[in-house]
Design a protein around this ligand. Structure first.
Ligand code: HEC
Ligand code: HEC
Length: 321
């Protein structure tokens, strides 16, 4: 009997030791710094470039959906250029994430960041302080022209002084970082210089994967680390919001389980243009409603060119009790 207690005692001590070691490691290692290159940027004040930047930011790249306060969504939907001064919070198990003030204010915005630091956030997912960022902004393969246009537009706006607190990580979030489960992103092939905006599957592939992040939400993923767990665009990612659970539909052309099997290109355009139906959905409907029709057609053509994947999503919205 005594022996068993002794063994148990060692076991408890062992587990305690491992917990303390884990805790200590995570609290020291979570905010390690990464080296990633600073992409070169060329900023312009040309009106065509600024218009392109504005279109991407408020439309398909939906920086605005995350980087403005939720109470300003209506003004944004009405076409107002609401300043990208932050004020939104994304609350998920790894932490409370607060998109920054992107206006050129020196104290509270990106006025103190170089263009290359902003570009590094977009291409490599590494923040100005060297921290790897959770994958909210998968713009690593954005074309050079579009990246330049976005930064040019941000620089052209009036500064707005609004202090945004740093994001707060939970223990889980810190552990994900400490154990290197999120790494700086790598632009796949060298990013293209430019792509022609036209209603083709090639341009749709670019929008859905590298600009509008349809892939990021409409694919099975681990919500802790962002890792992809199954075929892209097959849906099934679940978001718990205040009043409901939202599940992304399968966007592949599977005749039985693919949402778009019964939609033609025109009904897809109409649906995207008509905006939000379910209050509280994480899909950035207001930004996408501002997309040009050619972009929506391009995305439809791309989605229809994907290999069909069977994944039945019974309901995309389930209200909480
Ligand atoms: C899905 C939400 C989301 C979208 C879309 C988004 N951002 Fe962000 N952004 C965030 C969050 C969250 C942070 C804060 C990250 C943190 O503190 O870990 C952030 C931080 C940043 C930062 C500062 C990073 C640093 O150095 O600390 C820049 C620059 C930025 N975003 C630019 C952009 C641009 C440009 C776009 C559009 C092309 C964009 N973001 C779209 C959520 C988003
Ligand atoms: C931040 C996550 C997110 C992003 C990004 C996103 N979606 Fe969604 N999407 C959802 C969720 C959640 C739903 C289910 C709830 C709803 O219909 O709003 C949904 C629903 C849909 C629907 C079905 C609407 C209906 O009437 O049943 C379509 C079509 C769709 N998304 C297409 C897209 C396309 C195309 C893109 C990229 C341009 C995209 N989504 C980007 C989360 C996202």
């Amino acid at each position: 009997m005594k022996k068993i207690f002794k063994v148990l005692g060692y076991l408890v001590l062992g587990v305690l030791f491992i917990c303390v070691a884990l805790f200590t490691y995570v609290s020291f290692a979570w905010n390690k710094s990464y080296d990633a290159p600073f992409p070169s940027v060329s900023v312009s004040t040309d009106s065509t470039v600024l218009a392109r930047g504005q279109y991407l930011i408020y439309g398909p790249a939906h920086c605005a959906t995350c980087h403005i306060a939720p109470e300003d969504y209506d003004a944004m939907s009405a076409g107002e250029l609401v300043p990208l001064a932050g004020g939104n919070e994304i609350v998920i198990p790894p932490g409370i994430f607060r998109p920054r003030n992107l206006t050129p204010d020196v104290e509270t915005g990106i006025g103190s960041l170089t263009n290359e630091e902003v570009a590094r956030v977009m291409r490599f997912g590494v923040g100005h302080d060297g921290r790897v960022l959770f994958p909210f902004m998968p713009f690593e393969n954005m074309t050079e022209e579009d990246l330049n246009a976005i930064i040019s537009f941000l620089r052209s706006r009036p500064p707005v002084s609004k202090k945004i607190e740093a994001s707060d990580y939970t223990f889980l979030g810190k552990a994900v970082l400490a154990f290197g489960m999120i790494k700086p992103t790598e632009p796949g092939a060298t990013p293209k210089k430019a792509l022609k905006q036209e209603a083709t599957a090639v341009y749709g592939e670019y929008l859905a994967n590298s600009v509008a992040n349809c892939a990021g939400c409409h694919s099975p993923r681990d919500l802790k680390s962002g890792e992809f767990l199954g075929p892209k665009f097959s849906g099934g990612l679940v978001f718990e919001e205040k009043d409901a659970f939202f599940t992304t539909p399968n966007l592949t052309p599977d005749p039985e389980t693919g949402l778009l099997a019964t939609w033609n290109e025109d009904s897809f355009v109409t649906r995207l243009k008509s905006g939000l139906v379910h209050e509280g959905t994480p899909m950035p409907w207001s930004s996408f409603a501002m997309m040009d029709e050619v972009d929506i057609r391009a995305i439809y053509r791309y989605l229809n060119s994907l290999p069909p994947t069977k994944n039945l999503i019974e309901k995309t919205v389930v209200m909480k009790e």
